[in-house]
Every structure is written in C-alpha cells, then in structure tokens.
Design a protein around this ligand. Structure first.
Ligand SMILES: [Zn+2]
Length: 398
C-alpha cells in the first residue's frame, strides 16, 4: 500500500492536470512543495483513519511516492538505455511497440481500449497507447532528472518503483480495483518487465465496485459517498465492513441503504455471541470449512455462511460455538467479542427517542392512527424509524 502524493494525473490515461496541482488551485494554496505536502498529508491522515475504522490492519510500511523519486528515475533510466522509452517536449514516454504483449495481460484484450483517442492530444507520441514515465514540470515544482529536466514521475512508475523496492520483484499479490485493469496495471506490468526482464507480481486480485443502486459509484460525482457520509447517517463502519464481506470481493454489490439493516444484524449477532459461555474448544471440522472458503480466492460470502451454520448448529455446545466463531472473527474482523455496536457519533436526541418509544407503545395496542402520526412527527424533525426484525431503528433521514 503506497501513497502517491505526487505525479498523479486526473485521468488514468495520462491526461488532465496533476492531481496535486489541481488540489493546490482548488484549496487556494501557494504553488510550493510545502503546500503540496500539506494537502497530501491531510488526505493520507483521513485515509489511515478510515482504514482503522474499518478494522483493516495497517501495512508494515506505507511508502510515499515523494520519498522514493530516485527509484522512479532508476527505472526510467533503465528503460531509456534499453530503448523502451523516448523523450518528447513534455516528458519521457514508454514505447508500447517495444513490449509485444502490451495491453493483453491478466485476461485483458487490447481491443477494449479506446483506440486513437489520445493522438490529437499528443502528436509527439509514437503510439497512441504510449504512456508517460516522467512529466516535465510547467511550474517551479518538481525533481531534477539530469540531463532531461525538472519534473514529476508518472503515476504508474511510482507504483512499479515502490513495490520493487519494498516487496521485491516479483512480489506475490498485487491488488487493485477492476478499473485499473485496462490502463494502470497494463502499464505497470509493461514498464517493470521491460526494465528488469522478470514479472512484477505473481497474482493480480481485482475488486469489483460498490454500486449506488444501478449506477456505478464514481471517483467524483454526486453519488460518491465516503465512510464519513455513512457515519453521519448513523451507520457504523464495521456494519459497512460486514456488508462488504457478505459478497466476495470480486462480485459487484449494490449499496441501497442496506448497511443500516446490517448494523442491526451485526448488533444482534454480537449480542448473541457475547451471551455464549467462554471456555470451549474450536470445532475443527467447521474451522476446515471456513478456511476452505477463505483460501478459495477469499470467498468471505461462503465464510460467513459457515459462521451462521455454526451459530445454528444444535449439536455443538454453546462454548464451542463461541470459541469457533471468535476464531473465524480473526479473519472477518467484525469484533464479535464486543457486545454493543455504537451506531452513531451523533446521538439521537432524547425528544426523538421519546417519540419513537411512544410510537412503539401505540403500535403495541394497535393504535395505528396514533403511531402513524408519531412517525410523521419524527420525520418532520429530520429522523426516520425503520421497523426491523431486531426492533425499531431510529436514524437521521438521508
Ligand atoms: Zn501497483
């Protein structure tokens, strides 16, 4: 896991502005290296916080691109020496015609790329798919790459350089979103293999998207939600983790407000497990089934179904259930040994809670006219009540 705090263009296809330069303009900051670092650190901190909230283990090293420029230059130099790269007026490019399997790796077909779309933008490129390894700087910012000039590394080269330095080449597993298959990962493979005549990684794992209803959640745009958006809606980050684990990582999933219900589901599961007595043994046959699922390309959906099978199995003791499920949780990371899931940073106001309780009471005596009135009142205050199998849930209206 690395932090590309420089040289990342707005588009994967090497066009558009440098993301950092764009951020400086957006935030009205001066064009200095310090201001750039400040912005990068802000997002790096937010990212690390989100990882922690999702109970994702932090890697031993999370290198920053800005600390590893010499390694980028080393690869570019090597590619120039081998004749796999060339210089134009705005940067140094990888010559894709020198890498015959370009764009066909990992089951990808070159025909899927939009052909010719970039020719008009950069007439100096030898082939439309050639990509930049180094971009010359149009401001005072940048690093020296003698004798070629001051500039920034391309995004793809940073990933190749840092992974080689910290993991070795080839390293075992490279992960990323499916959107990285057509460009970023093809480019990484091409430049790393062309420079060192050895594969970059042994396996490539690509995760599918979380879709907002029927539309894809874009990296920018109105339907983009962050972990903070969920928290503001009273959805616990681990409920979101639970939601993600219910489908295998390589399966697209739809986000349709479901995590609210899953929060209730996770809460109920936690309570159930916490009420089981301690001191049991791990059930080996269930453990084998769970590991088979996880070892089968991280099939967490099947893994969770094994967990539910343990929970519902009348033949094993409550102690054994608890021990076995908490053993699975070392992988799932849902903190099932904690009883209560606090679903919101912002507590629901007491007045709203009272209205909800009154509504519950009205429902119990089947006074639906009154319960509907109370529901309307709650909605007017900007909250809503959802009736679930686990009882009513109050949340801020979306
Ligand atoms: Zn990479």
């Amino acid at each position: 896991m690395n932090i590309t705090d420089v040289g990342h263009l707005t588009s994967d296809n090497d066009d558009g502005d440098d993301k950092m330069i764009k951020a400086l303009k957006r935030e009205g900051k001066p064009f200095t290296f310090e201001a750039m670092q400040e912005i990068a650190r802000k997002y790096e901190t937010a990212f690390t916080e989100d990882l922690k909230a999702l109970n994702i283990e932090l890697p031993d090293a999370m290198p920053r691109a800005s600390d590893n420029i010499a390694e980028d230059i080393e690869i570019v130099q090597k590619l120039l020496e081998k004749g796999s790269a060339y210089k134009t007026s705005d940067g140094i490019y990888f010559d894709t015609s020198k890498f015959p399997s370009y764009g066909t790796r990992g089951g990808f077909k070159l025909g899927d790329l939009r052909e010719g779309a970039r020719i008009a933008i950069n007439a100096e490129k030898k082939n439309p798919r050639d990509f930049s390894l180094w971009k010359f700087s149009s401001t005072d910012l940048g690093w020296d790459f003698p004798p070629y000039g001051k500039g920034f590394p391309g995004w793809h080269i940073e990933c190749s350089a840092m992974s080689r330095k910290f993991l070795g080449q080839p390293f075992d597993i490279h992960t990323g979103g499916i959107d990285h298959i057509p460009t970023h990962h093809q480019n990484e493979i091409a430049q790393s293999e062309a420079a060192y005549d050895t594969p970059l990684a042994n396996f490539w794992l690509h995760n599918e998207f979380v879709n907002m209803g029927d539309t894809k959640m874009a990296k920018s745009g109105e339907n983009f939600i962050t972990l903070q958006t969920l928290k503001d809606e009273g959805i616990h980050s681990l409920a979101y983790r639970y939601f993600l684990l219910l489908a295998k990582y390589s399966t697209p999933i739809k986000y349709v407000g479901l995590p609210v219900l899953l929060g209730a589901g996770l809460q109920s599961l936690r309570r159930e497990i916490c009420e089981l007595p301690e001191g049991g043994r791990i059930n080996q046959s269930y453990k084998d089934r769970f590991l088979d699922a996880i070892n089968d390309d991280l099939n967490t959906a099947v893994g969770l179904s094994v967990l539910f099978a343990v929970r519902d199995d009348l033949k094993i003791s409550p102690e054994e259930k608890r021990a076995t499920i908490l053993d699975f949780d070392k992988v799932l990371g849902l903190e099932l040994d904690k009883r209560d899931l606090i679903t919101s940073d912002k507590p629901i106001p007491e007045a709203i809670k009272k209205l909800a309780t009154a509504r519950e009471d009205a429902r119990k005596v089947k006074d639906f006219k009154k319960s509907d009135e109370l529901r309307d009142q709650i909605q007017k205050e900007g909250y809503e009540v959802m009736d679930t199998d686990f009882g009513p849930i109050i949340r801020k209206k979306l």
